[in-house]
Design a protein around this ligand. Structure first.
Ligand SMILES: Cc1ncc(COP(=O)(O)O)c(C=O)c1O
Length: 342
């Protein structure tokens, strides 16, 4: 018996998404996104985001979504300002620098793994604007949920975007787990993105039930016009795009994305409450489907021996639930903790 709590990436594909791929799997269709399924995807995204001119680019990974989005928002001499823990800075091997032909990423501080407004102001005040010896901040990239499971409210995104805009920066949102943030905040997708000042969203789907299908959603035309070329040059205009588009349509249809995320968030709520009631210290109460806890190493060993799968990161244990995690999985994991403690 194993209980999968390492990562939502370890979960399998949602049955409705596989069914949508099977349904798209008949006859022939124009390649490279010229098919009618891909044409319909844009309509779905426009409806869900209440934005009549949003444009969509399916890509194969979250790293590609981020690096391509940012490459269309910054010149090569630019700096992407983000939280010091942001995935783009710590965990993507410099993909943004590669695809932007040299832009750097600059981390700023903030509680809860979120950019703090005063830290952003101080950082931008300290920049040597117009000095070619220094990278010029050109885009603010926020991550919600963060890699530590915290989320920005719509008001927080608006405040940070306004500070960025005062200085001429554009705004990107890394939404690798965007559905979990929508469920956690209860805010409309539009309120967490373009209405708050976001220009481009990396809309994740793979962690929440899709198969290597993510989307870049542009709310302004400038970056979209560039992405037509940038996606091709980086190998993300796939010949059989209809299968990615079919997945993304299924993902956004009948609230599948939100139902999957709600399951993951709720199971995490049960796990976190259970761990706390057993005296385990949570680093922070989870807003979405991820929690970091302090675990005695012997207890961690015992849990692993009992088949509970999780990651050990920076001296902490990380547990992540997914669309697939069941209430029974959580009960079993908590029983294993109880027995290891006993
Ligand atoms: C917040 C965040 N952004 C981006 C990514 C990158 O996604 P991928 O692994 O599909 O490249 C991840 C993956 O873990 C992530 O957690």
């Amino acid at each position: 018996m194993t209980i999968e709590l390492r990562s939502d990436n370890a979960a399998s594909v949602s049955p409705s998404i596989l069914e949508a791929m099977a349904a798209a799997n008949s006859g022939s269709a124009l390649a490279y996104g010229g098919d009618e399924v891909t044409a319909r995807l844009e309509e779905h995204v426009r409806e869900v985001f209440e934005h009549p001119t949003a444009r969509v680019f399916p890509v194969l990974s979250g790293t590609a979504a981020n690096a391509l989005s940012l490459s269309a928002l910054t010149p090569p001499w630019g700096a992407v300002v983000c939280h010091e823990s942001a995935h783009i800075l710590t965990s993507e091997g410099g993909a943004t620098s590669l695809l932007s032909a040299g832009a750097v990423m600059t981390g700023v501080a903030g509680e809860g793994y979120k950019v703090a407004a005063p830290a952003l102001r101080t950082h931008l005040d300290g920049v040597r604007w117009g000095d070619p010896h220094h990278s010029q901040p050109s885009v603010l990239s926020l991550t919600s949920p963060s890699d530590h499971g915290t989320v920005y409210s719509a008001a927080e995104i608006s405040e940070l975007a306004a500070i960025a805009r005062e200085r001429g920066l554009r705004v990107h949102l890394d939404g690798a787990r965007f559905a979990n943030a929508v469920v956690a905040t209860g805010s409309a997708p539009a309120d967490l993105t373009w209405r708050a000042g976001v220009d481009v969203l990396s809309l994740g789907a793979t962690k929440n039930g899709a198969l290597s299908a993510e989307a870049i959603v542009c709310f302004t035309d400038g970056p979209a016009d560039e992405l037509v070329y940038r996606t091709k040059r980086s190998g993300h205009v796939t010949s059989k795009m209809r299968y990615q588009s079919a997945q993304l349509i299924a993902y956004l249809t009948d609230d599948l994305w939100l139902r999957n995320a709600r399951n993951a968030n709720e199971r995490m709520g049960e796990l976190a409450a259970g761990l706390e009631s057993l005296g385990i210290e949570l680093v922070a109460r989870p807003a979405v489907n991820m929690v970091f806890v302090r675990l005695d190493p012997l207890l961690a060993d015992a849990l692993e021996a009992a088949g509970v799968l999780f990651y050990r990161l920076d001296g902490l244990a990380r547990f992540v639930t997914s669309w697939q995690t069941s209430a029974d999985d959580i009960a079993t994991a908590l029983a294993a903790v109880r027995s290891a403690l006993g």
